[in-house]
Design a protein around this ligand. Structure first.
Ligand code: T1G
Length: 655
């Protein structure tokens, strides 16, 4: 099989071109190809060497699919050290995203240029790893300690211009990258430039206190995660050891992480997220419908956030409300959200204004006659939803996709309210909809394949992570939330306090404990939903007795200043003795004897509840695969990705 690495000698410049779709990952063949090309370059009279890639991007990292298998020679550290040792100038020419080992290849070159549109980054930490091919040693020598720590512990890529500012890139190329890189190589040769080896450069001045300060920040920001702390150790090594010893330290820390549970879980999750976008049995070239305009019905918190998600992707939106006042309120929520995004630096003023300009409002459904998609986002009243879909059926053009944002209702029953059930689908966003990445795409019995394919493609366009669900009460995420919530209530009655339950789960890695989540969502939501159910449908009274008592005492959660906790004006939760008494009274009424409960029991019962329900969801064919459920819980419910997701964790912990 031909090598994915091509070498040519052009005008006394050696050109190494890597062409290994989809992202030029550093597979064994690519690593070997680079070594072979360098052998030729050593003796062909070339005056300099340019390394660049064909296809969509410069090298996007080590080949993750090789991880966990016996590593084959040449190892990447050997390749990058070989590049740096070359006795003539080596220039890396970057486009797309030079990430991980790909950027380490560029760092081992003597000079670096890039298109302005390129990005560079060291995202290994997102795989529970650290840059293991010299990145922890070369980055601080070029960019300084602080920029290096920030780049590697965040794992977030930076734009080429920013990289140039900190010294990671030397030159931006306008126009054709190959032409620009070759011209620069000739300039360097003409100027008598020599190999400028990063390993021989001194670390720029720094404050030794930075390392422990960073460790402290990471202990909070990346609570429970090992890789960020090891990155600090390696960068500290770069500052205090010789280059060779620093490399040895990096190698040993890398091996420790690669063999660890957190990296295995994060590598699982990397592929799980990409697998979730694939629909078993649906051909990759299923046609899709154009979606160049969208209507959103309902201008509440969810409708406003959904409208913003589309506007932020450049898709015009018509927001429908029942009156001018309601519409004004809806649009003001959107204005407030954009102002918040600008204040937090997420969007520039001009970008926010451009997105906002794409959102218009109307109170007459006739405004939806030409939209390509209409998304209903009103409150969870099944009859109201059916009325709305009957109206959409009458107003929207043929071929328009009719979607509901319902978080648990029967999409098939909603579809039956129209003459076009094949055009109906669920698109369940998560609050706040303009921020949360998860999108449950709910496939009805009659949903057409092209409608499903369109929504999966559209999800990526509006920067969401789609997961397909079949129809059941609560689909995937909210259905699993029920037994999880019930267990949390039983634990309270049996002896735990809200702060113990939440503390145990947050120490374990959940972004937010269950009771804080319920206070955030509003205890009155569940209370109202239960009012519509019979006692039999409500299930075990113990699973909702305390929330009912709290709501009846006016404690609705954050929105009312108290729920399972009391909240100050900044919504900071404080344990509340009143709640402890309510719990103890409820336990007595239910004849439940209270006892001391360990954190371990709390974690085991709550995560076990998620896993058990997840397994039923798989057995019933509601989710395509268990890794899809992992994606739902990490992106929608704050489950720690470094534990792989509930199903991965359940299997690995033999729950
Ligand atoms: N290895 C193997 N396959 C990869 C890959 C990689 N590094 N990156 C992407 N793919 C596959 C992916 O599975 C998918 O396959 C296809 O490429 C398109 O990806 C020693 C140890 C580059 C920004 O962490 O962030 O280097 O599903 O759908 O949205 O220090 O892929 O089509 O069959 O994501 O346009 C460090 C991971 C590795 C970068 C493109 N590098 N990749 O995003 O496409 S560790 C990373 C990404 C390392 C060294 C260490 C993204 C992307 P399929 P995609 P995209």
């Amino acid at each position: 099989m031909s090598s994915p690495v091509n070498y040519t000698l052009t005008d006394n410049i050696g050109v190494i071109t890597i062409d290994s779709p989809p992202v030029n990952a550093l597979s064994q063949a690519v690593r070997q190809g680079i070594m072979d090309a360098l052998d030729v370059a050593d003796s062909d009279g070339s005056k300099a060497v340019v390394i660049l890639c064909d296809g969509r991007t410069f090298i996007a990292g080590a080949d993750i699919s090789e991880f966990g298998k016996p590593l084959k020679d040449p190892w990447l550290p050997e390749v990058v050290n070989r590049i740096e040792a070359t006795d003539k100038p080596v220039i890396a020419a970057i486009h797309g995203t030079a990430l991980g080992g790909g950027f380490e290849v560029a760092l081992s070159a003597h000079y670096r240029c890039a298109l302005a549109s390129a990005k560079v980054g060291l995202p290994e930490v997102k795989l529970g790893l650290l840059p293991g091919a010299g990145g922890t040693q070369r980055t601080p020598r070029l960019a300084g300690i602080e920029a290096a720590l920030q780049l590697m512990t965040s794992g977030v890529p930076i734009a080429a211009a920013q990289a140039m500012e900190v010294g990671l890139i030397d030159r931006l190329v306008d126009g054709d990258l190959y032409e620009g890189a070759m011209a620069w190589a000739q300039e360097l040769v003409a100027a008598g430039a020599v190999p400028r080896r990063t390993s021989e450069q001194e670390i720029p001045a720094y404050d030794a206190a930075i390392f422990d300060a960073f460790r402290g920040t990471l202990a909070k920001r990346a609570r429970g995660q090992i890789a960020p702390q090891r990155i600090v150790d390696c960068v500290e090594g770069a500052a205090t050891l010789s280059f060779a010893d620093g490399l040895a330290l990096e190698r040993s820390k890398f091996a420790e992480l690669m063999d660890g549970e957190q990296s295995a879980a994060l590598r699982h999750f990397f592929f799980a997220e990409r697998q979730a976008a694939k629909i078993d049995g649906l051909s990759k070239d299923t046609p899709t419908r154009p979606v160049e305009s969208v209507g959103v019905i309902g201008g509440g918190t969810m409708g406003g956030g959904i409208a913003m998600s589309f506007a932020n992707a450049g898709i015009p939106v018509t927001l429908i409300e029942i009156s001018d006042d309601a519409l004004a309120r809806g649009l003001s929520i959107i204005d407030r959200n954009y102002a918040g995004s600008v204040k937090r630096g997420k969007l520039s003023e001009s970008a926010a204004a451009a997105c906002r300009a794409l959102i218009s409002g109307a109170t007459d459904y006739a405004a939806l006659a030409e939209v390509d998609m209409a998304i209903e986002a009103v409150f969870e009243d099944p009859n109201l939803k059916k009325d709305i879909f009957a109206k959409l059926d009458a107003v929207c053009k043929q071929g328009a996709i009719l979607a509901t944002n319902t978080s648990y209702q029967d999409v098939d029953a909603i579809a039956a309210a129209t003459q076009r059930p094949a055009d109906v689908i669920g698109m369940h966003f998560f609050s706040p909809a303009h921020i949360m990445k998860l999108l449950e795409v709910v496939r009805g019995e009659k949903t057409a394949d092209d409608v499903l394919a369109t929504c999966m493609q559209l999800a990526k366009r509006i920067r969401k992570v789609p997961v397909v669900s079949r129809v059941c009460y609560g689909f995937i995420g909210n259905r699993m939330l029920q037994p999880y919530g019930q267990q949390s209530q039983l634990l309270l009655l049996e002896g735990a306090t809200p702060e113990q339950v939440d503390g145990a789960m947050e120490s374990w890695g959940m972004a937010m404990g269950p009771l804080r989540v319920f206070d955030l969502a509003g205890l009155d939501v569940g209370y109202k939903a239960r009012e519509a159910l019979s006692d039999e449908e409500k299930g075990d009274p113990a699973s909702y007795r305390v929330p009912d008592l709290l709501v009846e005492a006016g404690r609705l959660g954050q929105k009312s200043g108290s729920g399972f906790y009391s909240y100050d004006e900044d919504r900071k939760p404080t344990p509340d003795p009143v709640v402890h008494e309510i719990i103890q009274t409820a336990a007595a009424d239910l004849g439940i004897e209270r006892r001391k409960i360990s954190d371990e029991e709390i974690v085991e019962r709550l995560i076990g509840a998620l896993v058990d329900e997840g397994r039923k969801i798989i057995d019933e064919g509601i989710a395509q695969r268990s890794s899809d459920i992992d994606v739902v819980y990490v992106y929608g419910y704050g489950f720690p990705a470094w534990r792989g997701g509930p199903m991965y964790y359940g299997d690995s912990a033999s729950l």
